[in-house]
Design a protein around this ligand. Structure first.
Ligand code: NAD
Length: 349
């Protein structure tokens, strides 16, 4: 029987907490990868998993990703992530959120949460009634950062896509640049709107067909099939749904010079970073390009919630990506590996 430490994604986690609340039936995992730079900060995912091992693996990979993301964003925060194991219908009740808030509070500030897939700002407000170790709460003043991190993430991804187009294609404008977007929710939808303003050509796919169709008619985009979006001939493929979409098979079929999107953990395995590199496709490491949201909620939590400061830091994302791509070119290492090396140096491992 293998134990937690033997899981391939354990990777030296400081702690992995398993919680169960008998009254509400809530089961949650809180993984703390590193608190070297500060409290482990990362959102809560509310998701139905086919089995518990998949949920643990997701928590571990997301938590390590947060360590790397926070370090590369220059924040005094470590990395952690919570996963709530939802039932097939994703039933969520106020009592479950209350129980979850108590679970977070029991860690006494070693873990700080925020929104992720399946968790809304209203959910975070409910959690915050039980614990102060919460960020991403609504703001009443527009000059304050915080609240839904999605728009800040979308802005960072947009700036990163533009930087990739400049770096790889030598183009300063997004006019007529063809971007294939997988997932047009909070991040992908925000990205689509920003790109549409610049005159980019958009092909979009989402499992929520109505949402994709409505957005496409609003922006003049084309809806493409879920299986086609990754094979489309385009300038950029932008994954903004769930992770592990880049694997041996999908990479072989990519028909783009650039992959740049906001989804967490896009590479199914570390070898897939090498596969993309070998195909001469420019890859934007996900936790660098999608750090806009954590910059916002991180600064909110740290008490520096001036939106100008958040924007200033989000505007640094292209420079960080360019540094990685330049190092990748000179060292002949995949950009994902270059970013990991930089992040590991920052978190002292
Ligand atoms: P969201 O739930 O608002 O949007 C996700 C969208 O993807 C939904 O519209 C959903 O229908 C669609 N989708 C799911 N599976 C799909 C599939 N197989 N093919 C096509 N579409 C599919 O979530 P979000 O906040 O936009 O997050 C998207 C991704 O970005 C996630 O991987 C998340 O972890 C990551 N991320 C989000 C933030 C943030 O601030 N929201 C920050 C960093 C990273």
């Amino acid at each position: 029987m293998s134990v937690m430490w033997d899981l391939p994604d354990f990777d030296g986690h400081e702690a992995v907490h398993f919680f169960h609340d008998v009254e509400t039936g809530l089961s949650a995992i809180i993984a703390l990868h590193s608190t070297h730079l500060g409290p482990g900060a990362g959102g809560t995912r509310f998701w139905h998993y086919e089995n518990r091992t998949t949920a643990v693996t997701d928590a571990l990979r997301l938590s390590r990703g947060m360590s790397f993301k926070n370090a590369m964003a220059g924040l005094p925060l470590g990395g952690g992530k919570a996963v709530i194991l939802a039932d097939r219908n994703r039933t969520k009740s106020p009592e479950m959120l209350t129980a979850f808030g108590r679970m977070i509070d029991s860690l006494a500030g070693r873990y700080v949460t925020a929104e992720d897939v399946g968790i809304s700002t209203a959910d975070m407000v409910a959690v915050s009634k039980q614990t102060k170790f919460v960020s991403g709460l609504p703001v009443s003043d527009q000059s304050d950062a915080g609240g839904d991190p999605g728009p800040f993430t979308a802005m960072g991804v947009y700036l990163g896509v533009k930087a990739a187009v400049k770096h790889k294609l030598g183009r300063d404008s997004m006019e007529d640049v063809h971007v294939a977007i997988q997932g047009v929710g909070s991040v992908g939808g925000g990205l689509a709107r920003l790109l549409a303003k610049d005159g980019a050509r958009l092909s979009i796919a989402d499992i929520n067909k109505d949402h994709a169709t409505n957005l496409a008619s609003e922006l003049g985009a084309t809806v493409v099939g879920l299986n086609d979006v990754m094979r489309l001939e385009a300038d950029v493929f932008s994954p903004n749904a769930l992770g592990a979409v880049l694997d041996k098979v999908s990479i072989a079929h990519l028909n783009v010079p650039i992959v740049a999107g906001g989804a967490n953990n896009q590479l199914a395995t570390p070898e897939d970073g090498q596969r993309i590199f070998d195909r001469n496709i420019l890859f934007a490491p996900d936790y660098v390009i999608n750090s806009g949201g954590i910059i916002s909620v991180g600064l909110e939590y740290l008490g520096d919630s001036d939106v100008n400061e958040v924007n200033r830091r989000v505007e640094n994302i292209p420079a960080r990506l360019t540094e990685i791509w330049q190092e990748s070119a000179s060292s002949k290492l995949p950009s994902a590996e270059v970013a990991d090396n930089m992040a590991q140096a920052l978190i002292g491992r």
